[in-house]
Each structure stands twice: as C-alpha cells, then as structure tokens.
Design a protein around this ligand. Structure first.
Ligand SMILES: C[S@@+](CC[C@H](N)C(=O)[O-])C[C@H]1O[C@@H](n2cnc3c(N)ncnc32)[C@H](O)[C@@H]1O
Length: 272
C-alpha cells in the first residue's frame, strides 16, 4: 500500500481545509464522479482514498494544469526523471530561465508547471493577456520541488479518471442519473476589488456564475446529485435560493493581498 494521494500543486481556492465539511455532506451513494473545476483536486483525492470512485470525469479550463494531470496519469516515471535534473533548483536565475521557456514536449511542460508552482510567489498560477505565466520568484526557503511518493500515489489515483480541459458546461455530455457532480468555480468576489479570478487568461464573470447555475438546474432534472461551493455572498445565496445551503468558514492561505488573508465565509450548495 502506497501513501494517500494529495494535490500535487498548491492551488488558489484549494479545498483541503473544507474537506471534512464536504465529506460530511456527501450523498449517500453515487455512481460516477464529475469535477469540472478541478484545480488541485483535493476532494477527488479524498474520495479516491475513501474508496468511493468507480469512474471519474475530471476537468479544468487550465490546459497546462490538465497536461500535468495527464502526464502524471500516463508518464509519471518520465516526469520524475525529468524533475531530478539539476536545473530544477530553487534559485531566481533558474526560475526566470525556466519561466521564459517555450516548450512543446508534454513531459517537459508538466515538469516546468510543477517546478514553477513550487517555487513561484505564493504558489500562484497567473497568466497575462497573452497567456504567459507571469508570477515572480517566490524566495521560499526549501520548497519540495519533487515529491516522488506523492506523484506515484497521484498517478495511481488517476487510473479511473478521464481528464479534460474544456468549459464546465460540457459536464452535461457525461453526467447521468445517480452520478455525483462537485463544482468549485472561481468564487464570486466578496468585494468589487477582490477580483481574484485569473487562473486562466479568461475571467469568470457573474454571467458565468449564472451559466453554472443553469447547468446545475439541468443536472438536477436529469437526477444527478450536485454540490457547489462558492463565496457566502447575496449574489450566490439568491442565485441558489432553491438549493440547500450550508455556511462554512475557511482560512484562505493563498490570497493576492496579505491583509485579505483570514477567515471567510463560504457556502456549500446541494440539490438533495
Ligand atoms: C477555485 S478553483 C478550483 C479549486 C479546486 N477545487 C481545489 O481544490 O484546488 C477554480 C478552477 O476553475 C477553473 N476554471 C475557470 N473557468 C473555467 C471554466 N469556464 N470551465 C472549467 N474550469 C474553469 C480554473 O482554472 C480553476 O482551476
């Protein structure tokens, strides 16, 4: 028996702290699992460890992230060998050099993605309008760039998964009655300026929040069990007024501004 898999990237909005709350609110039983805003995938790895995954459809609009998942799924040992090479070191010169590379090879792209995630400022993933990763060097003391055991555990955990990089609405092509879908979209901002949604080069607008709600309504009609997390704001609680709502508190570890770190209220929405 290997170790329990956990997210291989630090991801803004990571759900690790809310896991217990999410797990205690799971549907009693379900068939396939769908997670279309995957990010670090904390809930997926937890469900896998609990033996609750038969088949999973995992998606995120961030193609570099999904490329890394696919490489871990299919080529984990090549990836590990690549990350052992001496140029993946925690040093500003190495960092900016690797950040600036244009690479085609999928294993090298995954290695770069993981390396930048571990060494970038706050573990942020942020791209500019041209889609280029633009986060500065993080100056961490001793980041674990290569966690071999976890990568192997993650690879194993991804065996029952189909991985995609499309818009969340495509969940409607795959979800069937008695499946379970969990959505953790970029949160509706708490204040107009707290607009941290640049995980991809496209922002997630209030219109997208409404589109997600329409998708959740359609899944509900089909008989899919749906859970959504979002910020505890009037906009969201109104939008989902016909759904069960549970308020939860989370400590935000990754935030653009230090002063906005602290406890924030989030809401978990359910259709059962
Ligand atoms: C809050 S994060 C997910 C956090 C994740 N559940 C975790 O535990 O780390 C939201 C994710 O949605 C993705 N995203 C943004 N717009 C999307 C879209 N239209 N369809 C699918 N994914 C999207 C982003 O790339 C980002 O990874």
């Amino acid at each position: 028996m290997g170790i329990e898999p956990k997210p291989f990237v630090k991801w803004a909005g990571g759900k690790r702290q809310l896991l217990d709350k999410l797990v205690s609110n799971l549907p009693e039983n379900f068939n396939n699992y769908h997670e279309f805003f995957l990010g670090g995938g904390a809930l997926y790895f937890k469900l896998y460890s609990l033996g609750l995954i038969k088949k999973a459809y995992l998606n995120d609009a961030n193609e570099e992230l999904i490329n890394s998942y696919r490489v871990i799924q299919k080529n984990v040992y090549e990836l590990i060998e690549e990350l052992k090479k001496p140029h993946y070191i925690n040093d500003a010169i190495a960092y900016y050099k690797i950040r600036g590379l244009i690479i085609e090879d999928k294993v090298l792209r995954a290695a770069r993605f993981i390396y930048l995630n571990k060494t970038a400022y706050n573990g942020l993933y942020r791209v500019n309008k041209q889609g280029k990763f633009n986060v500065p060097f993080g100056k961490y003391k001793n980041p674990k760039i290569l966690d071999e055991d976890n990568l192997i555990a993650v690879s194993e955990a991804l065996k029952p998964a189909v991985l995609m990089a499309v818009d969340f609405s495509e969940v409607l092509k795959y979800a069937k009655k008695d499946d379970f879908a969990y959505f953790d979209p970029p949160y509706y901002p708490l204040t107009a300026t707290a607009n941290f949604t640049s995980y991809t080069s496209n922002d997630f607008s209030p219109k997208d929040q409404e589109r997600l709600k329409e998708t959740v309504d359609l899944l509900t009609v089909i008989g899919v069990k749906v859970m959504v997390s979002n910020s505890y704001t009037d906009f969201i609680t109104q939008l989902y007024k016909n759904y069960k709502q549970v308020e939860v508190f989370a400590k935000r570890a990754i935030s653009c501004k230090a002063e906005s770190r602290g406890k924030v209220a989030e809401v978990v929405l359910m259709n059962w």
